[in-house]
Design a protein around this ligand. Sequence first.
Ligand code: AMP
Ligand code: ZN
Length: 468
Amino acid sequence: MKIYNTLTKKVDTFTPNEENTVRMYTCGPTVYHYAHIGNLRTYIFEDILEKGLEYLGYNVLRVMNVTDVGHLENDSDTGEDKMQKGAEREHKSVYEIADFYERAFFQDCAKLNIRKPKVVERATKHIDTYIKIIENLLDKGYAYISNGNVYFDVSKANNYYELSGKNPDELFVGVRDTVEEDKSKRNPYDFGLWFTVSKFSNQEMKWDSPWGVGYPGWHIECSGISYKFLGEYLDIHCGGVDNIFPHHTNEIAQSEAFLGHKWCNYWVHGEHLNDSTGKMSKSKGEFLTIDLLESKGYNPLAYRYFCLGSHYRNQLVFSYEALDAAENAYKKLKNRIKKLDRTPDLHDDKVDFYKDKFKDAIENDLNTSSMLTVVYDVLKDDELTDFTKLYLIEDFDKVLSLDLIDELEENKISDETESMIMKKIEERNIAKKNKDFATADKIRDELFDKGIRLIDSREGTTYEIIEE
Ligand code: AMP
Ligand code: ZN
């Protein structure tokens, strides 16, 4: 597979450290508010990357954090604490806010067919790991204590500016206006590993540490969680482009200082979703969420289709007109697929040809619009039987996850049938209670003849529709 690597600034051939296994880390949400559809674009891209790698035959070990502590409004340790602000806004505790918005986030993901990574870890659960890493960084001289806080000294890091590709002066110009100077730091880009001297007198989340009661900085959580669950070597690390500096830059600095070797080989970043005025944010303009789109009558998967139409490395501008166009195309596509004849008749002569084309699209720097083109090519190909088309589209949908193939109508049952079955189960239960096994068996057999199989267990009786 070829993939653009922010570290080398070119499209690289992907080779994992361990054959067939990919260790992949993706930065998760800060759960102080709903995710906007821009955030969700990044998670759609990561979902496609994970499923694309699986399609190519890799076993993907993916870990994601959930940020519930330490993330300040400005990524460089200044501004208000996002979680604390969320709690004040809603008159709830920080923990209640975290629970609520984490749940909301995964509900949005489910609506967009974004699969939940197998390992999802809250930042606040791994304080001991961060303390261990910070102690090590202090011992080795990469970190220093100043005014009660622990900071990482970026002048000690190897190639601190490599990932962003910028020199210190350029970066300084970029952030000078927004970063208030923290007098405790030796260099402007030094970043907090552990804060004890908090400017937030009402800080709710705090823990004991060798440096006093306090809380971790934002960046250390990803280094800590990744180390704990994926070990010393990472293959891929993802996030949105705004994460490149300072977040990922700082993750590299502290992880490599701690581990004593190179940490992650491929850094893959998704470009932003913008609105007509520029980068989408939670504080300006209409706060675009999946719920809002649904309340306006859109299918969340039309938004997924909209995202797949553009490459992850291109900025994408959101407008309702563009979403309307995507929804129309998506509906038409689904209708074309619905009309295909499902009579089993698989001709496999061109199956590999199309699977290879689909793989090529994945391998070509995750080209989602080419993946969609393969679906349209299959539909257009008169040499394929309808059943073969369905077979291929179902296969591609493991990656695209657009629910392209509706469940067979015959397998769906109406509410009426459902209540008829429940009534029969009830009658059978009564017969069994009365030891009238002849009647009980008769009810079971009658349902079986109608294509409904009863399943008895200790919890009671359920049913399944018998597949042809
Ligand atoms: P946050 O919850 O603020 O930590 O952000 C979650 C993810 O969304 C991060 O990976 C960001 O890089 C990404 N992100 C933030 N804004 C946008 C945007 N407008 N478009 C795409 N991704 C974004
Ligand atoms: Zn992170």
